[in-house]
Design a protein around this ligand. Structure first.
Ligand SMILES: Cc1ncc(COP(=O)(O)O)c(C=O)c1O
Length: 376
């Protein structure tokens, strides 16, 4: 089987984890947690990074810190992995789902702008969705598949309507828009290090911010809101969301290899580019402002379902895109701002191909050969 996207653990992972075990520093206190935070902050060009047990927890805390609460709506894209919408729900808010752009597959900003103009009003509580009378608490753009949409335009829109931006950059470690790293544009940004990401700690996440007070509060909330170093005094409801030292050690080892992982992802993308010679096959549009990480190489292709079955039979692991969020039972009765129905189209036509950073040239040739054979 040629796997879709698996970890690449060829560096100092064993050595650093063994050191944690040998020294007994296995839990949420330990020098690797801070080291990992510092390395990620430096790489992403932000002042602060707070490590969490996963990306979903990072999103939950970031939304809370952005002021999202009970009864609010949060603007999210229709095509994404489900986690950011779940995180919105954890705060007591509901997602307000916006269709995606046919070109870059990110939240459609024409649709969003039109919606904000025609379907919201402003009062002393902030930006109100006219039809439901509910406050819109934040915009949560997701940098889907490691691409970044028109983030500067999104920030302008958010500022015009007084909406904080929390970026879901969980798929976008190593992606830049001009000179800014994904996750560094909004009030807060979130990363994930789960098993299929470019860099993995097995499970893990990070909150990025340039705001010192928010970073402090993020650390406080993710460590049970304990306000005294000795006494068990907790000044509010806290969360057990801190990353543990063993996993942070793995993260430090993975960070040492990140440039090599990103280089390989780009080589994989170069190889797969020849698939575009097949009529009807294309990828997401990446604008000239964006240097994308090509985290999960995904094509839009004719007869997606048949191709999927064909490749599976050849022992090549592929995956469809996530079902559009408006179609999931948990969110289907919420607010969905439909544009041209692009998310439904992309869902039925897109397929992610094997693209682990450890994939060999021979494996890539096998995948490309199989796809060419299918369309011949
Ligand atoms: C877009 C997106 N958001 C959030 C997450 C959640 O991250 P985690 O699995 O670390 O909780 C993921 C990946 O899993 C993701 O792809």
């Amino acid at each position: 089987m040629i796997p879709l996207s698996i970890p690449n653990l060829s560096g100092n992972e064993w050595k650093y984890i063994k050191e944690c075990l040998d020294t007994n520093w296995v839990s949420s206190v330990g020098s690797y947690v801070t080291q990992f935070e510092n390395k990620v902050a430096e790489f992403c060009g932000v002042r602060h990074a707070v490590a969490t047990c996963n990306g979903t927890a990072a999103l939950h805390i970031s939304l809370m810190l952005a002021g999202v609460g009970q009864g609010d709506l949060v603007i999210v894209p229709d095509i994404t992995f489900v986690a950011p919408l779940n995180a919105v729900k954890y705060t007591g808010a509901d997602p307000l789902i916006v269709d995606v752009n046919e070109g870059d597959w990110q939240m459609d900003l024409d649709v969003l702008e039109d919606f904000l103009k025609k379907e919201t009003r402003s009062d002393k509580q902030g930006c109100i969705h006219t039809a439901t009378g509910r406050r819109i608490g934040a915009i949560l753009p997701v940098h889907v598949l490691g691409n970044i949409g028109e983030i500067e335009r999104l920030l302008r829109l958010a500022a015009a309507y007084g909406l904080p931006v929390v970026e879901d950059a969980t798929e976008a470690l190593g992606s830049w828009y001009r000179s800014g790293h994904a996750g560094s544009f909004g009030l807060l940004g979130c990363l994930s290090f789960n098993g299929n990401k470019i860099l993995t700690t097995g499970g893990g996440g990070m909150i990025l911010t340039n705001d010192e007070a928010l970073a402090k509060k993020a650390k406080h909330l993710t460590t049970q809101a304990k306000s005294d170093p000795e006494e068990y005094f907790h000044d509010e409801v806290g969360y057990n969301y801190r990353l543990v030292n063993i996993l942070a050690a793995m993260g430090v080892a993975q960070m040492e290899q990140l440039p090599a992982f990103l280089k390989r992802k780009k080589e994989v993308r170069q190889r797969y580019a020849e698939l575009k010679e097949i009529p009807g096959i294309c990828t997401q549009v990446v604008s000239k402002e964006v240097d994308a990480n090509w985290w999960l190489y995904t094509v839009r292709c004719p007869r997606q379902k048949e191709l999927r079955q064909f490749l599976k039979a050849q022992k090549i692991e592929v995956r469809p895109l996530w079902a559009p969020m408006h179609s999931l039972p948990a969110f289907s009765d919420g607010v969905f701002v439909r544009g041209k129905g692009n998310s439904d189209k992309l869902y039925s036509e897109c397929l992610s191909l094997p693209c682990s950073s450890g994939i060999t040239d021979e494996e890539l040739s096998e995948v490309i050969g199989a796809i060419k054979k299918f369309y011949r």
